[in-house]
Ligand binder design. Structure first.
Ligand code: A3P
Length: 279
């Protein structure tokens, strides 16, 4: 159906072609203060990563703008053991990898996990725009084709429902719901801080909201431009900050597509949550 986008299947999971060497992502020694942020792509990962980094680094906004490469350990493309071992504590691991590609120990109570979840309709619209900007694995189909792919569980890192179910049930996991970050940022950031062992006061929370606002983060994305890897993967400089709203799906889905998503989610997702679809 005009879909040329690339992916390969490994252990029943659909992975982007760019995901290469996963042996290190699974086999390394964890430290008790490691933090893992996991998500299905286009769910609000970049925003959450930034919030978590700032919270654990005492809101050091200036350093956050300088340390772009060193802030996180991005597990998906395959990462060297040296980078993993040499990183300062607390290490912040970010990834979209399904649970079976991560170290077994992450399932234990003493490792902190954060999972980012967004309503699947907005997540899909965001995915649609994202796939279209890929260089090598460009998606040339219509949104309806992507709905087919989603139903088959074949969007990158899919099936989505297995991804969500496997993470939200792990012990010591904080669930960041994208819509909550938008609708009740103070409360959500306060709880995220508590989970990370910080008692954030109101002015700190306001600072975090302000410094991770869509506008500010979009502005900062321009610095990615100089990264040569970025241009090999994406057709445009501005990729990760598109609209940043709840309910953009209404501009794209007709009634039939909308009902199809609801039905497939209802059928397959074990985790029962009332997704927020409206702004
Ligand atoms: P849209 O494409 O709907 O705009 P991820 O980081 O997981 O790839 O998710 C990207 C989505 O999160 C994009 O959604 C992006 O605009 C949105 N996003 C990123 N930063 C944001 C922020 N600070 N505030 C609100 N939305 C944000």
């Amino acid at each position: 159906k005009g879909t040329k986008y690339g992916m390969k299947i490994r252990d029943g999971v659909y992975l982007p072609n760019g995901v290469k060497n996963l042996s290190n992502s699974k086999c390394f020694k964890l430290r008790d203060d490691d933090i893992f942020i996991s998500s299905f792509p286009k769910s609000g990962t970049t925003w959450t990563n930034e919030l978590v980094w700032l919270i654990i680094h005492n809101l050091d906004f200036e350093s956050s703008q300088k340390n772009l490469d060193k802030k996180f350990i991005w597990l998906d493309p395959g990462v060297s053991t040296k980078i993993i071992d040499d990183a300062d504590s607390p290490r912040l691991f970010i990834n979209h990898l399904p649970l079976q590609f991560l170290p077994l120990e992450i399932k234990s109570e003493n490792i902190k996990k954060i999972y980012v979840l967004r309503n699947p309709k907005d997540m899909l619209v965001s995915t649609f725009h994202f796939y279209r900007k890929l260089v090598r694995d460009e998606f040339t189909g219509e949104l309806e084709d992507l709905v087919d792919i989603f139903e088959e569980g074949k969007t990158w890192y899919g099936p989505w429902w297995s991804h969500v179910d496997s993470f939200v049930t792990l012990p010591n996991t904080f669930l960041v719901i994208y819509e909550n970050l938008i609708k009740k940022p103070n409360e959500t950031i306060k709880s995220l801080g508590e989970f990370l062992g910080k008692n954030l006061n109101e002015s700190e929370i306001e600072f975090l909201i302000e410094s991770t606002s869509f506008k500010k983060m979009k502005e900062a994305e321009k610095t990615f431009k100089d990264d040569s890897r970025h241009s090999k993967i994406f057709k445009s400089d501005l990729i990760f900050f598109r609209k940043g709203e709840i309910g953009d799906w209404k501009n794209y889905f007709d009634e039939v597509m909308s009902k199809r998503i609801e039905a497939v989610v209802e059928k397959n997702l074990k985790f029962k949550v009332n997704f927020i679809y409206d702004n």
